[in-house]
Write a protein that binds this ligand. Structure first.
Ligand SMILES: CC(C)(COP(=O)(O)OP(=O)(O)OC[C@H]1O[C@@H](n2cnc3c(N)ncnc32)[C@H](O)[C@@H]1OP(=O)(O)O)[C@@H](O)C(=O)NCCC(=O)NCCS
Length: 146
């Protein structure tokens, strides 16, 4: 892990100044992954997610530059997060009340900084301080690093 890595936590009302940087890191981390990973869709996703109560971001900076970040939010009652879940699953597994489950929506590290423990550090920083009792992350089956 880099000695000069700085991790910071941010709420939604604190990130307007770095929105463009967040988008740039997303596009960099997903370069070559296909059309889905485009700027306009991601800006819409971010804007939508940032409205969810309890949204939180952790940034990783090295020498002041944004190397990666993780963000997520607690799943509200009535969320569509679990739609499409494969059966069988335990009774009550998909019930949410805004306090039960933290959804880790994005975990991104710029290619130049990957394989140095930054994602692990981001993950632990974000998740360790959350009050929810469980966490969920959606990833494609073939995404080994995730
Ligand atoms: C997934 C991602 C965030 C990992 O970032 P990273 O900083 O390189 O990860 P770390 O260095 O913290 O590695 C964490 C663990 O994953 C493993 N890992 C990382 N990259 C890997 C790879 N390409 N193949 C296999 N394992 C890998 C590491 O060995 C490490 O395990 P260990 O601590 O037991 O050794 C990064 O690859 C990325 O941004 N990918 C594109 C975006 C994405 O797919 N995000 C996840 C879905 S939301």
């Amino acid at each position: 892990m880099k000695d000069n890595l700085i991790l910071d936590r941010h709420r939604a009302d604190e990130v307007n100044d770095i929105l463009d940087d967040l988008v740039e890191v997303y596009l960099d981390a997903h370069s070559g992954d296909g059309e889905f990973y485009n700027e306009s869709r991601y800006r819409q996703q971010l804007a939508g997610h940032m409205k969810v109560a309890g949204w939180e971001l952790v940034t990783a900076r090295i020498d002041g530059r944004l190397a990666g970040y993780a963000y997520g939010f607690p799943l509200p009652a009535g969320t569509r997060w679990w739609s499409g879940i494969e059966e069988p699953y335990p009774a009550g597994f998909t019930e949410e009340d805004g306090r039960r489950t933290f959804a880790l929506s994005e975990l991104l590290v710029r290619p130049a900084w990957q394989r140095q423990g930054i994602a692990r550090a981001l993950h632990d920083e974000l998740v360790d301080a959350r009050p929810e009792s469980r966490m969920t992350l959606l990833a494609r089956h073939d995404n080994a690093p995730a």
